[in-house]
Design a binder for this molecule. Sequence first.
Ligand code: NAL
Length: 319
Amino acid sequence: MEHLLRNVEEVVTKEEFLNLRGGVAYLGFEPLWPIHVGWLVWAHKLAELREAGFDVVVLVATWHAWINDKGSLEELRSHGEKVKAVLDKIGKFKYVYGDEIAKDPRYWELVVKTAKETSLARVRRATPVMGRRTEEVELDFSKLLYPIMQVADIFYLGVDVAVGGMDQRRAHMLARDVAERLGFKKPVAIHTPIITSLSGTGRMEGTHRELDEVYAMYKMSKSKPQSAILVTDAEEEVRRKIWAAYCPPRETKFNPVFEIAAYLLIPYGGPLEVGGRRYEDAEALGKDYREGAVSPQALKEAVAAALAAMLTRLGAPRS
Ligand code: NAL
């Protein structure tokens, strides 16, 4: 169980997690194609949970993506199939589709009960879960339903562990509060690190957690292809993007190239060779990078090669 908390940014609460004996681990995603490499961070965490005996259920959140202006339900279902083909190479998960769940009247009962326990202000503060600013959530009324639906999904499936990137924490914290008030099963939340946009964040002071509302705007984003390495990028494209990426010397925080190494390549791709030294843990690489013993050029070289190799092993169609 301790091993499952490696490469996790936050667990709420650790004590509750360590008391679990298996159960349902759950994650939802808005289906879009192509996906970026940040998705592989949570996908590998789900695979570890599954190997540890959890039932892993993945929600292909078609309705949520539709509300969030990502395409027609038909297009979204087809993106979902492509994403599933990639996830199938990482782990064996069970899938549920948002548009199937929405056919069950019991689901809508949970949506209304959840809404009854939630203030408008709290819904507005939950907008990072949809990758939007607070103002944008009021573009149409359905967007205000999104966070409530996300919480109702968790209750509907009787989730023991809600897994997601740090950008999903406001939905999970809401689910925990509402669960307490309604006497529903209270999910443990596991939040994986987010990879910063390849163009960086500009100056930001504070921890990822304090900054989650703004930070959600600076993540790798599927709707901004230049901000991210896509799983479909060919080797030259990976090299070109990493070469152009924001990678300040001696600075590991909000450094997307370092984060790809620390959160993805080292934990799930094996030891990383940088400038003649083998790194088996991200701490050691971070220390050497901050001390200037590893240059941005050396880091970029190593990350581009290892990431391209990881994508080749993953076998998604490359462009
Ligand atoms: C994540 C999303 C949608 C519904 C969910 C229901 C339960 C747990 C997690 C869920 C998608 C997520 C995204 N908000 O931004 O892709």
